[in-house]
Write a protein that binds this ligand. Sequence first.
Ligand SMILES: Cc1cc2nc3c(=O)[nH]c(=O)nc-3n(C[C@H](O)[C@H](O)[C@H](O)COP(=O)(O)O)c2cc1C
Length: 319
Amino acid sequence: MMDCTDRHERYFLRLLSKKVMLYTEMVATKSAIHGDRNKILGFNKIEKPLGLQVGGSDKKELSTVCKIAEDLGYDEININLGCPSKKVQQNKFGACLIKEPDLVAECVNEMVKSCSIPVTAKTRIGFDDTENFQYLNNFVNKISAAGCKTIILHARKAILKGLTPKENLKIPKLNYPMVYEIKKNNPNLEIVINGGITNCLQIKEHLQKCDGVMIGRAIYQNPYFLAEIENEIFSNLNVPSRSEITEKLVEYVKEETQKGTRVNQIMRHTVGLYYGQNGANKWKRFLSDNMMARDSDFQKVDHIMEIAQNNEKANQPIS
Ligand SMILES: Cc1cc2nc3c(=O)[nH]c(=O)nc-3n(C[C@H](O)[C@H](O)[C@H](O)COP(=O)(O)O)c2cc1C
């Protein structure tokens, strides 16, 4: 997710779950090839399994990025076929490519030939006035014939003109049955469902009909939801508490600030750590007063443990 799943967010999320697959923000092929590689594509090994999401429609560039991703140690490369933003459309990548199944198939084919890590795709179930099973099934079949065996389906269409990217995440209606139908008709493909999933019960229901679930906003807003998933879905009985996570994060902040990272670049991702808990406001206030400014003092990070421990006590069940 743009401006969300940078390497600091992914480090934080990996403290909450060992099992889930994590993805980068979308990186345009040109930036991946010509930009500051360490800044744009660098990651900490702890973040793995990690997929690089790429945006582009130039076969040569896509295949170059696949090689780079594989060399850097990414576990998967995912092509973005779902972003509806104007700028992305102008550059001919993202959701507008749903209109061009043959071009996408050629791109996927080149990508698959140029690396040995899995090439996957993330797309929407339609665009503008087109939201029908035949069209989507044909699109999915073309991509899979080209070698992409895992397809993440955001269960709403993209409106390519007239809606902002934000509106495109809520105005087009969710259509889960369409995704289920795709899975039913393509049992050999791995179909991952995405869009509007906010609790473990929903995850379990989707897993009856699809191979996987992808979650975006609900985890960014309430990161500890990931620990609940680790516990309920992956049966990990030893998930860390919020204060244990904070303790590990404090160590990380200390290491990273020595390398030039600013405190706020890391801590901005933790605003929702106490979402729905006693002490959530205290936590957010402490962050905004002490850790959200560009020049936040890393020594203040030690005080955050106090808030974390107090919050932990405030949320203990009364015996
Ligand atoms: C701030 C933000 C940034 C996003 N950036 C990306 C992105 O870079 N690549 C992508 O495939 N989807 C991106 N998305 C879409 C999400 O991955 C996801 O498909 C969408 O939010 C629906 O899932 P959710 O309801 O679980 O959030 C973004 C969404 C938001 C809110």
